[in-house]
Write a protein that binds this ligand. Structure first.
Ligand SMILES: [Fe+2]
Length: 328
């Protein structure tokens, strides 16, 4: 039985409240309270009108992750061309790109494609990516959602004394992090695959735990699973402080969950978010492809820039393909 109020209020009036009136050239509908919006009636391409792209970028900076349904017209080339509107597109530093592109494919059937722990992309380099654009190519019938968390809201929510502590801390991020230890019931072959491919070359960067966003000026927590330790602390102390701050990031109030359909696109501001791909779809096929846009080194609240500690001399796709072939 419905109430009088529900009967007299058309559904579209409920929806109106979700629309973000800051934007006039694109339709932006909020999904969750602190992060996430869906963009309506927009066909992504490399040749988007400048004013439309400016609104899209503004919506991304405001909502941290935006979603678009029905982008089936995008092939790899157009996906990459759209990504280039944000800046220089870059391949993953250690995982081979799809032939002839800089696209990073996550294919669950190939063993390396389950990003089921909280992270910000590629924080093991100093100038980690600014934006990631993920396209749903093959989506399971059920399961396989992705969750994003707002790291600026997490910082804002800290009590003042924890903000002050976090602002002084730096952390070492590495691709050689403890992959298996974070997961229960992990298939040992996945750990072996990860070690051979992803850690084929070790990268390490040191970032401030609180960084100032280069476009919005917001302060945000920079954490996630690539952190190896907090600078100047023992591993036990690092783990405890990491847990306190990371738990703030992933509070459900700071998150939005997206249920994928084929041809969806998710665009996230990698400087203000973490994400987690839920590994609950069993052996169903799942393929998503990512275009990644180069960022700049993070900057602490006192203006100090992130630094690279370790970077291999030469890593190329062919070397990595050989490693994969040897591990098969
Ligand atoms: Fe990721």
């Amino acid at each position: 039985m419905t109430t009088t109020a529900q009967q007299s209020t058309p559904q579209h009036l409920f929806d109106e409240a979700a629309f973000d009136s800051d934007f006039t050239k694109i339709g932006v509908r909020r999904i969750a309270g602190r992060i996430g919006a869906e963009i309506h009636d927009l066909k992504l391409s490399g040749s988007l009108d400048d004013a439309v792209f400016a609104e899209l970028n503004a919506a991304l900076l405001k909502h941290k992750v935006v979603f678009l349904r029905g982008q089936g017209h995008l092939d790899d080339a157009e996906h990459q061309a759209f990504g280039a509107r944000f800046g220089k597109t870059v391949a993953h530093p250690t995982v081979p790109a799809r032939e002839g592109t800089r696209i990073f494919e996550l294919d669950a059937s190939k063993g390396g494609g389950r990003a089921d722990s909280w992270h910000t992309d590629v924080t093991f380099i100093d100038a980690f990516p600014k934006v990631s654009i993920l396209r749903g190519v093959t989506i399971p019938a059920y399961g396989g959602d992705t969750v994003w968390a707002n790291t600026a809201a997490a910082y804002e929510g800290l009590p003042e004394h924890l903000k002050q502590l976090a602002e002084r801390l730096w952390a070492v991020h590495s691709n050689d992090y403890d992959y298996g230890a974070q997961r229960a019931d992990i298939d040992p072959s996945r750990i072996a695959h990860h070690q051979k491919v992803f850690v084929s070359a070790v990268f390490e960067a040191e970032h401030p735990i609180v960084h100032v966003h280069p476009e919005t000026g917001e302060r945000a927590l920079l954490l996630g699973h690539f952190i190896k330790r907090i600078s100047g602390l023992s591993s036990a102390e690092s783990a405890r402080i990491f847990e306190i701050l990371q738990n703030r990031v992933i509070r459900l109030e700071n998150t939005v969950r997206w249920s994928w359909r084929q041809d969806d696109v998710a665009i996230w501001d990698n400087r203000a978010t973490q994400h987690y791909a839920i590994n609950d779809y069993g052996n169903q096929p799942r393929v998503v492809r990512r275009v990644t846009v180069e960022g700049v080194a993070a900057v602490s609240v006192d203006g100090t820039r992130s630094r690279t500690r370790t970077r291999p001399e030469a890593v190329n796709d062919e070397q990595i393909r050989q490693v994969i072939a040897q591990s098969a």
